[in-house]
Design a protein around this ligand. Structure first.
Ligand code: 13P
Length: 304
C-alpha cells in the first residue's frame, strides 16, 4: 500500500478506536512521522500515565509497552510487533534479582526502566536515563543495587556519593561503541562536539563531551551554539534531531548504532495492530501493583 494510503488509514483507525500512537525516539522515520507523541522512556511513561485515550499503540520495545500498561490500567496497550524486545532487559530475571538482593542486605534496589515488569516489581524504584542521578540521590539508603545496566550504573556512581552495586547487564547496541570510534569521528569532523548515551561504556563516556539520555540530547542540540554534533546513540535519533534542528549537522558516532528491535515496527504493523487490537500487553495484577509503586515513586521525584 502506498505511504499516504497507510498514513490515512492509521489516522482513520486512530479516530475510530480513540487511540494514540506513542513512539520512542529510536523508531523508524515513518513511525515517528505518524506518532502523536515521540519521546524518551521517561516522557512516554508520563504521557501513558496521563493519557485519556482508550487505546495506546506503543511503537517501541516490549518493556516500554509494559510500563505503559502498568501506568495506564484500564487502557488497552498494543505493541505492533511482539518480537520487539530489549536484550538488556532480558539480562536479569526476577529470580536473579532476588538472589542478588540477598547478597546485599539493606541496599535499596533501583531498576532501570529497561527491565521486565517482574524485575520492577522486585525493586524499590525505577529510573530512566533522564532522571537516574536525581532518583538515586532521593533515596534514603546509602547503598543502592542498580540493575540491569552496568554502564548507566557506572555513570550514576560518578555523579552521586552513594555506593552503587551494579548488575553486569548492558545494551548490546551501545556496548558496541569503542573509544576508537570517538577518536575516528573527531578526526573526520574536527569542528563537532560529541554527545553519547550513558548506556555507552565508561571509557566512551569519558571521551565524549556530554552523556545524555535521548530527551536530554534533544534539549541540548536545541540550546547549544555548536553547529556540528556527533551522536553516540541509536540511529533513529539522527532523524529526530535533524527535524528539531534542520540547520545543524548530525553524524552517527558508529555505523553499529542500530537497534534491530526498534526497527521491527512498520506502518503496516501499526494498521494491523489497530484493526485487530493486537498485541495486547497485559501484566499480572500482583506484579503490576508492585511495579506501579516503583514506577510511581520515580515519577514523583522532581527532576530539573
Ligand atoms: P532513553 O530513555 O534515553 O530514550 O533511552 C532508552 C533506551 O532504551 C536507550 O537504549
Amino acid at each position: 500500500m502506498p505511504l499516504d494510503a497507510l498514513q490515512d488509514k492509521i489516522a482513520r483507525l486512530k479516530k475510530e478506536c480513540r487511540a494514540i500512537i506513542l513512539a520512542h525516539n529510536y523508531q523508524p522515520e515513518e513511525i515517528q512521522d505518524c506518532a502523536d507523541y515521540i519521546g524518551d522512556s521517561f516522557e512516554l511513561s508520563r504521557i501513558a500515565a496521563d493519557s485519556d485515550a482508550a487505546v495506546i499503540v506503543f511503537c517501541g520495545v516490549h518493556f516500554m509497552a509494559e510500563s505503559a500498561a502498568i501506568l495506564a490500567p484500564g487502557k488497552t496497550v498494543l505493541l505492533p510487533e511482539l518480537a520487539a524486545g530489549c536484550p538488556l532487559a532480558d539480562m536479569i530475571s526476577p529470580e536473579e534479582l532476588r538472589e542478588f538482593k540477598q547478597k546485599h542486605p539493606g541496599a535499596a534496589v533501583a531498576a532501570y526502566i529497561n527491565s521486565s515488569a517482574a524485575v520492577k516489581a522486585e525493586s524499590d524504584v525505577c529510573v530512566t536515563s533522564a532522571n537516574a542521578v536525581e532518583v538515586i540521590n532521593s533515596l534514603q539508603e546509602e547503598r543502592v543495587i542498580f540493575v540491569p545496566d552496568c554502564n548507566l550504573a557506572d555513570f550514576v556512581s560518578k555523579h552521586t556519593t552513594k555506593e552503587i552495586i551494579p548488575w553486569q547487564g548492558y545494551c548490546i547496541t551501545h556496548h558496541r561503541v569503542y573509544p576508537e570510534d570517538i577518536q575516528k569521528a573527531r578526526r573526520l569532523h574536527p569542528q563537532a562536539i560529541v554527545i553519547v548515551h550513558p548506556e555507552c561504556r565508561p571509557e566512551v563516556v569519558a571521551l565524549a563531551d556530554y552523556a545524555l539520555g535521548t530527551g536530554g540530547m534533544i534539549r541540548f542540540v536545541r540550546e547549544t551554539e555548536h553547529q556540528e554534533i556527533i551522536v553516540g546513540t541509536e540511529l533513529g535519533m539522527i532523524y529526530r534531531l535533524r527535524k528539531e534542528c534542520p540547520d545543524k549537522k548530525f553524524y552517527l558516532l558508529s555505523t553499529g548504532l542500530v537497534c534491530p528491535n526498534m526497527k521491527y515496527t512498520t506502518l503496516e504493523k501499526v494498521v494491523w495492530s489497530l484493526e485487530n487490537m493486537e498485541h495486547k500487553i497485559a501484566v499480572a495484577p500482583e506484579i503490576a501493583e508492585k511495579a506501579a509503586r516503583a514506577l510511581q515513586r520515580m515519577l514523583d521525584v522532581p527532576v530539573h
